[in-house]
Design a protein around this ligand. Structure first.
Ligand code: GLV
Ligand code: MN
Ligand code: MN
Length: 419
């Protein structure tokens, strides 16, 4: 089958133009954008995506956790074939993380509609709060769909600024009425930039993602005593900042010493009262631990607990909370094989790989056959304004998504269980 015979032409210039347009929402003067979940910027991005979905002929629906769906009915009844990702961002993000999968999904839906009514329904999803920067846990919308967290608990989550998920959803006009399980798909394929260096380094066009590593997020508060930096002898102070930085340093060093694949990151650290001449009385920091081996992730968490007990023994008060967790996930082998054969048919080089980043697909995997497609990230840079994927590579990934979805909507099972 040649690309032409496949019959699904992606409007690549429009895909790129829309990525730029979406990337401008929440943009700053330094090339980045910040579109934290359920912010005014997220609202503007959602409005834009909803308008594109309508333009593509989709029926736009919102569920009770704010997941935004565009649905194209199929000739036969039954759950949709779904694609999608997220449009919320980290702070000072690039333009492609998440947005690529949503915008490309809309192009594919549009191409499918122009081709005639598909056998199976098709849906494009933009899931709520994938990033987890403002509200933890991350992957929130898809987590609710997967039944990993109850809806009520998700709606009650609070940000550092005191805002609640449920209130914020109402404020931005995306508190839907649909049950989050109303759209359990028959299969889910997420297209995403790799966010790592492998495909770019090897010059491979697409990654067929077989697995996602597990992660554990912790928020830790250490309480000491604020005091004068000049007068308090080193032996008589309870410096919460020094305790936090010492523990953080040991965690990161241990991951480094253990070698790949475990990674440990302390991405936030705040000291109170945050003044040059005051011994910190309180330190709050976060820890992001990831490992594809569940037992090793557990071990890393146990070592963290041990470190916290040491800090307590030194006279500090410690409060630690695990704010997100998910075990490693393996994707559907038959769906991976379908994507791989699609890449061959489109004459795109491919390789199997694991994902270091978390994705909504890992949640959907609990509910239906799921897999992911990666395209290269220039030098592996992501969660950074400099995140870049070549336009041609973006178009190729979208073509492979179209090719894959075209097969999935045709009514056949393609060896995929339950399809
Ligand atoms: C999401 O980007 C994550 O992996 O934290
Ligand atoms: Mn993402
Ligand atoms: Mn991300």
């Amino acid at each position: 089958v040649t690309r032409r015979e496949a019959g699904l032409r992606i409007d690549a210039p429009r895909l790129l133009a829309r990525l730029a347009q979406l990337g401008a929402v929440g943009a700053d003067a330094h090339g980045g954008r910040t579109r934290l979940a359920l912010s005014a910027e997220d609202q503007a991005a959602r409005d834009l995506v909803a308008s594109w979905l309508r333009e593509a002929g989709a029926d736009v629906r919102v569920d009770a956790i704010g997941n935004l769906y565009g649905v194209l009915d199929g000739a036969q009844a039954g759950p949709p074939i779904m694609t999608g990702s997220h449009i919320d961002t980290v702070r000072r993000a690039g333009a492609y993380d998440g947005c690529y999968g949503v915008v490309a999904g809309i192009e594919v839906l549009d191409a499918l509609r122009r081709r005639g009514r598909p056998r199976r329904a098709v849906a494009v999803a933009a899931f709520t709060n994938e990033e987890g920067v403002r509200f933890a846990p991350d992957l929130l919308g898809s987590r609710v769909v997967a039944g990993h967290i109850p809806l009520e608990e998700a709606l009650a989550l609070e940000a550092d600024d005191g805002a609640r998920v449920g209130d914020e959803l109402r404020r931005i006009g995306y508190a839907g009425t649909l049950a989050p399980t109303a759209f359990l798909p028959a299969a889910f394929v997420e297209l995403h930039i790799e966010q790592g260096p492998v495909l770019d380094a090897e010059g491979v066009a697409v990654g067929v993602v077989e697995a996602v590593q597990g992660h554990a997020w912790w928020r830790i508060a250490i309480e000491g005593t604020a005091n004068h930096a000049g007068t308090t002898p080193m032996t008589l102070r309870r410096d919460a900042g020094a305790a936090a930085m010492g523990l953080a340093g040991r965690l990161v060093e241990r991951a480094r010493a253990d070698g790949v694949p475990q990674v440990a990151t302390v991405g936030t650290l705040s000291l109170e009262p945050n003044a040059i001449n005051v011994v910190p009385g309180r330190a709050v920091f976060t820890v992001d631990l990831r490992d594809p081996r569940d037992a090793m992730l557990e071990r890393a968490e146990a070592l963290l607990q041990e470190g916290l007990r040491d800090v307590e023994r030194q006279g500090f008060r410690v409060a630690a909370e695990r704010i997100s967790h998910h075990a490693a996930v393996t994707f559907d082998p038959a769906l991976c094989a379908l994507i791989e054969s699609g890449a061959r048919e489109l004459q795109l080089s491919s390789r199997r790989m694991n994902s270091g980043a978390s994705h909504d697909a890992q949640m959907l995997a609990a509910r239906c056959p799921t897999a992911m497609i990666f395209v290269p990230s220039l030098r592996g840079i992501s969660h950074n304004p400099k995140e870049h994927t070549e336009p041609a590579a973006l178009a190729q990934g979208a073509e492979l998504l179209a090719h894959t979805l075209l097969r999935l909507v045709d009514g056949g099972s393609h060896g995929i269980a339950g399809l």
